[in-house]
Design a protein around this ligand. Structure first.
Ligand SMILES: [Zn+2]
Length: 351
């Protein structure tokens, strides 16, 4: 395990998660705009001018599913480019061949493969099917039935809200999980193109209240390309946010886990001890933290820890050292964060 590779990959994962969150927010905004247009239309829900309401709904919602799918598609192709570029950055320093100017040994992924990765799960069909539930004629029909039944505008809106809430949460989840899937699948292709230089992968987890118990348990597990007796092989290696092939490659929705490539040092054979020891280069993480934006910082330590430190420190900026226990080589638990900040406050350090 190279602690610098691990630190760069940790930082990259935080950036990927922050991107996914930005795309989820943007997808939600598109749904929100459609919902506002429907609310505007409901203002015309009246027995005499009810036809205006249905016409307005048609205008507002006809392009909505396409808009949403178009946005997410663009976000995923953009993520694919970003992912390839950053995958190289993670391992560059470890690969002497790359340092010697052979960076092109990681070829850009074939466009057909990128398309396959972006569309593989069938998310666009699923999203279209769900947004069709909010199809203009269905919505318009619900509004006119509401008018006939003498419902208030408020009541008509309340009838329609569950449909849009469902679309909103699906849009968020698709944007987020497909971004992470594309980011990680493209990165995997880049690493696999290095052949035997990458001899294993280690899986890591954020380890907070949102981590699945099984993902917590497997944190730091290593999966070898050529496993010896008692070692895990690649069949058992998860591909976050999907499970391993052995586990049917099923989706683990919202999974924030990541893989760290174990790069062969040309100068010596890998030892068992390489996968123990400190897993992160703390100074590299501190430098990254200083440059990262708040979304990346929050993604790196989990929203739970980040929110806690923000509350406890008030106006003072959270630091990487507030979250990471270098001695124990892991993120602090919320209890440890509270205890450290309380003792610093007692000693009059910080505020
Ligand atoms: Zn996970």
């Amino acid at each position: 395990m190279n602690p610098r590779t691990a630190a760069r990959q940790y930082a990259r994962q935080a950036s990927a998660l922050a991107r996914a969150e930005v795309f989820a927010d943007a997808a939600e905004t598109i749904v929100q705009q459609a919902w506002r247009a429907v609310l505007d239309a409901i203002a015309f829900a009246h027995p005499v001018v009810g036809h205006i309401a249905t016409a307005k709904v048609h205008n507002a919602l006809t392009d909505f599913p396409d808009q949403l799918i178009h946005f997410i598609t663009g976000a995923l192709f953009h993520t694919a480019d970003w992912s390839h570029a950053t995958a190289i950055g993670v391992v560059t320093a470890e690969l002497r061949a790359v340092q010697e100017g052979k960076a092109d040994m990681i070829p850009a992924p074939d466009p057909a493969l990128v398309r396959q990765i972006v569309y593989r799960s069938g998310w666009s069909e699923r999203l279209r099917a769900q947004t069709a539930l909010g199809h203009p004629s269905r919505i318009a029909e619900k509004i006119s039935r509401g008018i006939q039944a003498g419902k208030t505008h408020q009541e008509i809106a309340e009838d329609l809200l569950p449909i849009f809430d469902g679309i909103r949460s699906t849009a968020r989840r698709v944007a987020r999980d497909e971004t992470m899937h594309t980011a990680n699948a493209i990165q995997w292709q880049a690493w696999e193109s290095l052949g035997e230089l990458v001899y294993a992968y280690q899986v890591r987890a954020i380890l907070d209240g949102g981590t699945r118990p099984e993902h917590r348990k497997r944190d730091k597990a290593v999966f070898y390309k050529e496993p010896k007796a008692g070692q895990n092989g690649l069949d058992d290696c998860p591909h976050p946010p999907r499970e391993s092939e052995a586990d049917g490659s099923v989706w683990a929705y919202g999974c924030r886990c990541w893989l760290v490539p174990l790069v062969k040092d040309n100068r010596r054979q890998p030892k068992a001890a390489d996968v123990g020891g400190p897993s992160l280069d703390d100074r590299l993480m501190q430098a990254w933290w200083a440059d990262a934006d708040w979304r990346e910082r929050r993604a790196a330590v989990g929203a739970e820890r980040y929110g806690l430190v923000r509350r406890l420190k008030g106006r003072e900026r959270p630091q990487w050292s507030d979250f990471f226990d270098a001695g124990r080589d892991r993120l602090k638990t919320p209890g440890e964060i509270r205890a450290t900040l309380a003792s610093l406050a007692r000693a009059g350090i910080g505020s």
